[in-house]
Write a protein that binds this ligand. Structure first.
Ligand code: MF3
Ligand code: CO
Ligand code: CO
Length: 268
């Protein structure tokens, strides 16, 4: 049994055992929507149309989109194509054969936030993008493996960074994961790079996202004039996968697992 309404010194909320159920419901809906969206990603499709489908699915489930109205954002998803790192705004632009894209959805179910993103491909997956997607996906899962009591947030970042860099790719520094639960963005900042043993200690009852962005080229990003779209400065391809997780006594539970095993675009 874990404590009621406690916060750590670093301002990280410790949730209760019963709270995991709410996070599983929110996470499962976000993951199901990402599963269902896969068949709507193809060359010629616009990202705006994909976003409208996502908004309709959130409504049909009786849930709320966490992103509509968030700091003035007006869409139910972020859709980040090719060299867009994150926060791509859905619009009229049509996907082309070989485009890779991240779709990021956050829903609110009974007050609980489920935040997840994954990669898709329009048409045929190019060879160099295939490596990028695999390394980014695997770096997320290695980060989740490091997420257990006794370890620190630096251990998570270190696991992700060393894996990506071993494959001659770079980890974006300008965006990070975050605590969530009954709020969208809360402490801590979950960095996707770091040194072992540094940062706050992980404790049972912490809820947060891990969402590494990995580039084929250099790690630097810039935000476009729309104030949202983040791109790689060197225009290299970028990929991202995101899960929402909860720390248990022995490890982590993933709230946003794909119900159909479709988390990676070459699966399912
Ligand atoms: N879902 C994103 C995250 O992983 C946040 C998107 S905020 C938005 O934290 F306003 F851009 F949608
Ligand atoms: Co997130
Ligand atoms: Co997200």
């Amino acid at each position: 049994m874990i404590g009621k309404g406690r916060q750590t010194r670093d301002g990280i909320r410790i949730y209760e055992t019963a709270d995991f159920a709410g996070m599983h419901r929110a996470g499962a809906l976000a993951a199901r929507i990402l599963d269902e969206v896969a068949e709507h990603v193809f060359p010629g499709q616009s990202t705006g149309e994909i976003d409208r489908l996502i908004e309709a699915k959130v409504d049909a489930a009786g849930a709320k989109s966490a992103t509509i109205g968030y700091r003035g954002y007006q869409h139910a998803s972020c859709i980040s194509v090719n060299h867009v790192v994150c926060h791509g705004i859905p619009g009229d632009k049509k996907l082309k054969d070989g485009d890779i894209l991240n779709i990021d959805v956050t829903v609110i179910v009974d007050g609980w936030f489920g935040d997840t993103s994954r990669m898709y491909v329009a048409g045929k997956l190019p060879r160099k993008a295939e490596r990028l997607l695999q390394v980014t996906h695997d770096s997320l899962m290695l980060g989740i493996e490091a997420a257990k009591p006794g370890n620190t947030f630096g251990d998570i970042g270190h696991a992700i960074q060393t894996y990506a860099e071993k494959h001659r790719m770079s980890v974006v520094r300008d965006f990070c994961g975050h605590g969530l639960g009954q709020v969208f963005h809360a402490p801590p900042n979950v960095l996707h790079y770091g040194r072992p043993g540094t940062g706050a200690k992980l404790e049972e009852g912490m809820f947060f996202t891990i969402e590494p962005m990995v580039n084929l080229g250099r790690p630097e990003t810039k935000v476009l004039a729309d104030d949202w779209t983040a791109v790689t400065r060197d225009k290299s391809l970028s990929a991202q996968f995101e899960h929402s997780i909860g720390i248990t006594a022995t490890g982590a539970e993933i709230f946003t697992l794909s119900p159909n095993g479709k988390f990676h675009p070459t699966w399912g």
